[in-house]
Design a protein around this ligand. Structure first.
Ligand SMILES: NC(=O)c1ccc[n+]([C@@H]2O[C@H](COP(=O)([O-])OP(=O)(O)OC[C@H]3O[C@@H](n4cnc5c(N)ncnc54)[C@H](OP(=O)(O)O)[C@@H]3O)[C@@H](O)[C@H]2O)c1
Ligand SMILES: *[C@@H]1O[C@H](CO)[C@@H](O)[C@H](O)[C@H]1NC(C)=O
Length: 217
């Protein structure tokens, strides 16, 4: 082979390898950074001394884990979810471990509520509290992936999923933000999903709502 061509091919091959290796390294670094190198942030400082945190969808899964961690960090909690008995269980679990933490629970179905319901059932509780942290966690997935016209539960379930995944995040942020801006401190965490980065086939409704949560940052 012509030596110049051979050198050029070598350069291209090695450059590709280096770039590829770099991407793989960055991917792993991002995952392990959180567990190995990052230092916990001082939540009390970032929330400017406001010691109440709201977590939506907090009777299960990630929301329950957030509630537990925030209690551990000394925050009083407003837990908002659909099922009262599950909320009571979480409240009891937290109070057993952290008796000094105050926990308020609100049973509220985000999928079947409109703005007026927030005004009636949620805002009066929030108005009396100094909110330092809002975790917009509540979210639903499709029961299983399928073509849109076969969505389990039909249009009504589609409407519920879109409502649950987008409205609470937007309305509650709008509600707590002005006091945070006034105080120049506060934390808002939106839980999106990998499907907000890459649309997932046959999960289009879920993906769409998660793009919405993801892209508003
Ligand atoms: N799990 C994952 O692999 C994953 C991956 C990426 C992103 N996420 C996102 O992370 C968030 C939490 O997911 P998860 O897996 O922890 O969920 P999960 O275990 O299914 O828990 C969902 C929570 O939301 C509440 N909830 C559901 N529908 C509600 C409604 N209509 N009104 C009020 N509360 C409602 C549930 O309350 P009740 O059970 O009391 O009704 C429960 O507390 C979601 O936004 C999800 O999209 C999850
Ligand atoms: C979280 O959602 C709220 C309400 O839509 C939005 O205003 C905010 O910019 C979002 N934050 C991030 C980091 O995406």
């Amino acid at each position: 082979m012509n030596p110049i061509l051979s050198d050029a091919l070598h350069i291209i091959a090695y450059t590709t390898l280096v770039l590829f290796g770099h991407r793989i390294f960055l991917g792993f670094y991002k995952i392990f950074y959180v567990f190995l190198f990052s230092k916990p942030k001082n939540l009390k400082k970032l929330s400017g001394g406001a010691n109440w945190a709201i977590v939506t969808g907090s009777s299960d899964g990630l929301g329950k884990a957030y509630a537990n961690e925030l209690a551990k960090n000394g925050f009083n909690l407003v837990l908002i979810s659909r099922t009262l008995s599950k909320l009571e269980n979480v409240k009891n679990m937290i109070n057993e471990k952290y008796p000094e933490i105050e926990v308020k629970i609100i049973a509220f179905d985000f999928g079947k509520s409109c703005y007026k319901d927030y005004e009636k059932d949620i805002f009066p509780v929030l108005d009396k509290l100094d909110i330092g942290i809002l975790v917009n966690n509540v979210g639903q997935m499709h029961k299983y992936p399928d073509y849109f016209h076969l969505f389990l539960g039909g249009p009504e379930k589609v409407a519920e999923l879109v409502t649950v995944n987008t409205l609470p995040c937007t309305i509650l942020t709008a509600k707590v933000l002005s006091k945070m801006v006034e105080r120049k401190s506060g934390i808002i965490i939106n839980i999106s999903s990998a499907s907000g980065y890459h649309e997932m086939a046959k999960w289009s409704v879920y993906s769409g709502t998660k793009v919405c949560v993801f892209k508003r940052g």
